[in-house]
Design a protein around this ligand. Structure first.
Ligand code: 6LW
Length: 519
C-alpha cells in the first residue's frame, strides 16, 4: 500500500526536476494530480499522478489535440500556455490556464485526468495565472494575477460578477499565481509576488468571504529565499494540498543555479515540495532544501533510488511517450512510429533550428549532469540531436552527406565548432553535460582538440560544459566541448528551460532509440 504522503525521513527535491514550472496540485482520495506550464510546446500542460507527493509519473497532457491548443506558427518562445490550475469538483477535474498567444484563459474538464480532456471553454479576461474555487452555494470563483476575482460560470465561460480587487500581496511587484482555498471556515488567498526570479515570495491573507476584506498573515512572506545563499532560489508560485492523513503540503517552483558569478540556471524552473504547518490559523513553511525532511513518521517513502530519472525509448510503441514535446506544432505528417517499425521517423517541415517550424521531438533535460544518446539513420537528410532553450540558443550535433558537425547558435552568433567524416549508415550521437572541471581549453574545432591552441585564459566558472560525442569503431570521439552558460535562462531569457531534441531539417531521418541518464 503506497504511502499517502512522505512519512518521515528525507526526500529529494525537486520532485519534478527540469523545466516544470508553475505547479498546481489537487487530491482525490489517495491520488494526487499535478500540472505544469508548457509555453510554446505541444502537447500542452503535462499531467502527473502520485500516491506520495514525491514520486510523480506523467499520465498524459491536458491539451493534446490541436483544436484545444491554438499556437500561431510564429508564437515567440515562452509565449503560449502559462500557469495552469488543476482542481477536482463535482465529479470532474478542471484545468484552467492562459493561452497568452491568444490573450484568453481556457477551461477544460475530464472525468479521468489521464484524458480525454474536453474542448476548451474560453474566458476573454486580462492577466494570467487563473485559478478556480467553489463555495458551498456552488458559486465558482476565478482569481487571476493582478489580483482580480470574478464569479464565473466555467461551463460556458460567462463572467457573472467582477473584476473585484481583493488583496494583492504585501506590495511586491507582479502579484500573481493567486489560489483561493476554503479551510476551516476561512477563505485563504495565497499569492506570489516579487517576480519569478530571485525576488520571488509567497504571501497569504484570509477572509470570511472570497471577496474579502482580507487580513494579511502576520508573518508574510511565508516563504522567500531572496537575498539568501540557499542553493534553491526563486521559490514561489505555490499551491497547497491536504494529504489523506490531514497533513498539508505546498508545491512550488524554484531554480538551482550553478557557477560564479553570477550563477546561471539551465534547467528552467523546477517543481519542489515542502511540508506546511498551521500555527494559529496561518500556514507556515520552512525554507526549501534539495534534501527535505518530512515530518514525523518512519520510512522515507519518497527517497528516490540512485540513478532514478534514467530511461530509454526504443520507439517500439505506436504512440509517442507523453514526455515528448515539440515546439509549436507536431503535424501528423511530420512523424511516424509505424513507417519503419521500431524507429521514430521524422520528416522535415522547416530547414533550420534557428526558425519556428522545424520538425523536432524533444524531452526535458532534468539533471545538471546527464548524458543523452541517440542512434540515428540520417538517410539522405540532415538530422541530429540538439540541446536547446529556443531558436536563438541551441547547440546541435548533426549528420548530413557523410559529415557530422557540431553547430552552436547563441543570440545573433552561429558557429560550426567541429566537423569530421561520419561513419556510413546509422550513427550514435551523444550530448552530455557536466558541472565539474569547468576550466577546459576553449575548444572550437576537432583540429584544436587534437592540438590545443593557446588557452584563452582562466574565466570565472559558468554553469556547466556541454560535450558532444560520436561513437566510432575505435570508441567514442569527443567532437566539441562548449560552455553551457549560453544555454541558460540568464542568457536566453524566458520562462522555459533546456530540452534535448531529435530533429530533421532536410528530407527524412529515422531514430532507433534515445537513451537518457543522470551521471
Ligand atoms: C507565470 C507567473 C510566473 O504566469 O511565471 O512564477 C509566469 N510565476 O505566475 C510564467 O510561468
Amino acid at each position: 500500500m503506497p504511502a499517502a504522503r512522505p512519512t518521515g525521513g528525507v526526500y529529494r527535491n525537486p520532485v519534478l526536476p527540469g523545466f516544470h514550472p508553475d505547479p498546481s496540485v489537487c487530491r482525490v482520495g489517495e491520488d494526487y494530480y499535478l500540472v505544469c506550464s508548457s509555453f510554446e510546446y505541444v502537447p500542452g500542460v503535462p499531467v502527473f499522478h502520485s500516491r506520495d507527493l514525491v514520486n510523480w509519473r506523467q499520465i498524459g497532457n491536458a491539451l493534446d489535440r490541436p483544436d484545444q491548443l491554438e499556437l500561431p506558427p510564429d508564437t515567440p518562445a515562452s509565449q503560449g500556455i502559462y500557469a495552469p490550475t488543476i482542481r477536482h469538483h463535482d465529479g470532474r477535474f478542471w484545468m484552467i490556464t492562459t493561452n497568452v498567444s491568444l490573450g484568453r484563459h481556457l477551461v477544460v474538464t475530464a472525468v479521468d485526468p489521464a484524458g480525454p480532456w474536453s474542448d476548451p471553454v474560453y474566458l476573454d479576461l486580462p492577466h494570467v495565472d487563473p485559478s478556480l474555487a467553489w463555495d458551498d452555494d456552488g458559486n465558482c470563483w476565478l482569481t487571476t494575477s493582478g489580483v482580480k476575482t470574478y464569479r464565473i460560470d466555467p461551463e460556458v465561460g460567462l463572467v457573472l460578477e467582477g473584476p473585484i480587487s481583493t488583496w494583492s500581496g504585501t506590495g511586491g511587484q507582479y502579484p500573481e499565481s493567486p489560489h483561493l482555498y476554503r479551510i476551516d471556515g476561512w477563505w485563504y488567498l495565497v499569492v506570489s509576488e516579487g517576480g519569478t526570479h530571485t525576488g520571488h515570495a509567497v504571501s497569504v491573507a484570509r477572509s470570511r468571504s472570497p471577496l474579502g476584506p482580507f487580513e494579511p498573515g502576520p508573518a508574510n512572506p511565508i516563504l522567500t529565499h531572496r537575498g539568501t545563499g540557499r542553493p534553491v532560489q526563486a521559490t514561489g508560485h505555490a499551491d497547497l494540498v491536504q494529504a489523506v492523513d490531514g497533513s498539508w503540503w505546498m508545491v512550488l517552483l524554484g531554480i538551482r543555479a550553478r557557477g560564479q558569478w553570477p550563477p546561471y540556471h539551465v534547467l528552467g524552473r523546477e517543481t519542489f515540495l515542502v511540508p506546511v504547518r498551521w500555527v494559529d490559523g496561518w500556514p507556515v513553511v520552512d525554507p526549501v532544501e534539495e534534501a527535505t525532511a518530512a515530518p514525523a513518521g518512519s520510512a522515507p517513502a519518497g527517497a528516490a533510488p540512485p540513478g532514478s530519472g534514467a530511461y530509454r525509448d526504443d520507439f517500439d510503441d505506436v504512440r509517442l511517450a507523453y514526455r515528448w514535446i515539440s515546439p509549436r506544432s507536431r503535424p501528423d505528417a511530420a512523424w511516424s512510429l509505424t513507417e519503419r517499425p521500431g524507429w521514430l521517423t521524422l520528416h522535415a517541415t522547416g530547414s533550420t533550428l534557428d526558425r519556428a517550424g522545424v520538425t523536432m521531438v524533444a524531452a526535458r533535460q532534468q539533471h545538471h549532469d546527464c548524458r543523452a544518446g541517440v542512434r540515428l539513420d540520417p538517410g539522405d537528410g540532415v538530422a541530429g540531436l540538439t540541446l536547446r532553450v529556443d531558436e536563438a540558443h541551441h547547440y546541435d550535433v548533426e549528420v548530413s552527406g557523410g559529415t557530422v558537425r557540431v553547430v552552436g547558435r547563441v543570440g545573433p552568433f552561429r558557429q560550426v565548432f567541429a566537423e569530421r567524416p561520419a561513419p556510413a549508415g546509422p550513427v550514435v550521437l551523444t550530448v552530455a553535460t557536466r558541472t565539474r572541471d569547468l576550466y577546459p581549453p576553449v575548444v572550437t574545432s576537432a583540429a584544436e582538440l587534437a592540438a590545443p591552441g593557446e588557452p584563452y585564459g582562466v574565466r570565472p566558472a559558468g554553469s556547466d560544459m556541454v560535450v558532444f560525442e560520436l561513437a566510432t569503431d575505435d570508441g567514442p570521439v569527443v567532437l566539441a566541448e562548449l560552455d553551457g552558460r549560453y544555454l541558460s535562462t540568464e542568457v536566453a531569457a524566458g520562462f522555459t528551460g533546456r530540452v534535448i531534441g531529435l530533429y530533421v531539417t532536410r528530407s527524412s531521418a529515422a531514430f532507433d532509440w534515445f537513451d537518457y541518464r543522470p551521471t
